[in-house]
Design a protein around this ligand. Structure first.
Ligand code: NAD
Ligand code: MG
Length: 383
């Protein structure tokens, strides 16, 4: 029985992780969890899965939850310390980190120190401090297992392979909600249009990231850290059907790909069962004759500036990816709140990166400082 801690339980990845846990009650037990402020969804989960500890984002949510859930049923906490407590709760074997944003960084680091296996959906963690997370995982001998579908695909393609033979990682991209629009047509797009992703139903932030292609940029940085591959050997390939989840090319120019219908429960479950596999309940089988045709296009870095910024920041390294990520988080939240226009997201990220004086080998405190400074700077641009 694997004891699971799930951060971000009420989110898109969180709920699908709970589906996986529910489908295999003999394999998995939810022992602790966190959520932001969606009380009704949180209560449903607590009643159904009966974890021992629950962390929520703030005091207000905590007070409300206390009125509904008596103390003897489950322990409740709030804020960053509670998030960490949930991550390292007594007996946890595997932390599924599915919060959104760099708030997931410290819980991941702490869980690694407690030798807890990490199933990582929270890509912002690797973008903002990839060197710290991977060094930590190596030091404590802890597995960092990808949940992101592209990275799960690459991870699956690499089983039994010698990493030295990798020639190139090819990360596929659906192109997001605006893939058929020209740059000019992006000027006045609405939040509602941006949230309408053609292939995947996901949380709001990542759906906007897909529309700007920042999601793919974050994934390139994520791949760099997870697989220890230089940026020159990571390519992005537009593939609108999201059937091929990513590919690996080897020295002999042989390419291995992982395919399947778009269903996040597959990579989530693989991270939980690795190196084994289990059935995924009601998952749709891929019949290639039904699909008929698959399409591929070269990624256009002028059309998708955020993708370029991500490569640039990754190659510069140091605190630049922290700036990229923090500026993006603030700008996307402002776009979602109707405060800025779609193309201002990339404009503000570019301005934050231009202004930043890079720190080459930052520690955790420097990263947290730069993260906060960047957020403040973008907030002044927004207002
Ligand atoms: P979401 O917005 O649907 O859910 C986020 C969860 O985190 C919610 O439970 C929310 O309550 C919680 N949360 C947010 N802020 C918090 C805070 N400050 N403290 C505690 N909890 C907080 O997001 P999602 O789509 O599930 O994505 C989660 C992560 O997984 C992101 O990093 C995203 O990039 C990554 N991811 C998502 C998908 C997907 O299909 N949704 C695919 C690949 C990777
Ligand atoms: Mg992905």
């Amino acid at each position: 029985m694997k004891k699971i801690s799930l951060l971000g339980a009420t989110g898109s990845i969180g709920l699908q992780t709970l589906d996986v846990i529910k489908a295999h009650p003999d394999q998995f037990k939810l022992v602790s969890m966190s959520f932001g402020s969606n009380i009704s969804s949180g209560i449903n989960i607590i009643r159904q899965f009966q974890p021992h500890f629950v962390a929520v984002k703030d005091k207000e949510t905590y007070e409300k939850l206390k009125l509904e859930i008596p103390n003897e049923e489950v322990k409740i906490g709030y804020g960053q310390n509670a998030l960490i407590e949930a991550a390292i709760f007594d007996g946890v074997d595997c932390l599924v980190n599915a919060v959104v944003g760099s708030v997931g960084l410290v819980p991941t680091l702490k869980a690694i120190e407690h030798k807890i296996t990490i199933a990582l959906a929270n890509k912002e963690t690797l973008v903002t401090a990839g060197h710290l997370v991977t060094e930590h995982a190596r030091k404590y001998g802890v597995d960092l297992l990808p949940v992101d579908s592209e990275h799960s695909a690459i991870f699956q393609c690499l089983q039994g392979e010698n990493p030295k033979n990798i020639e190139r990682l090819i990360v596929t991209a659906s192109g997001g909600s605006f893939r058929d629009k020209t740059r000019e047509e992006l000027t006045d797009v609405t939040v509602e249009q941006a949230l309408n992703h053609p292939n995947w139903s996901m949380g709001a932030k990542i759906t906007i990231d897909s529309a700007t292609m920042m999601n793919k940029g974050l994934e390139v940085i994520e791949a760099h850290w997870l697989f220890d591959i230089p940026y020159e050997k990571i390519d992005v390939l537009l593939h609108k059907e999201s059937i091929i989840h990513s590919l690996v090319e080897f020295q002999d120019h042989s390419i291995i790909a992982q395919l399947g219908t778009p269903d996040m429960r597959v990579p989530i479950q693989y991270a939980l069962t690795f190196p084994n596999r289990l059935q995924v309940k009601n998952s749709k089988r891929l019949e290639l004759w039904e699909v008929g045709k698959l399409h591929f296009e070269k990624a256009d870095f002028n059309r998708y500036k955020c993708l370029q910024f991500a490569y640039d920041s990754g190659k510069i390294g140091g605190t630049m990816p922290t700036v990229l990520n923090a500026a993006n988080e603030e700008a996307v939240a402002a776009f979602l709140n109707g405060k800025i226009k779609f193309l201002q997201i990339e404009e503000f990220i570019e301005r934050a990166m231009d202004k930043h004086e890079n720190i080459a080998h930052p520690g955790l405190e420097e990263i947290q400082e730069v993260d906060q400074q960047t957020r403040n700077f973008v907030q002044t641009l927004i207002s």
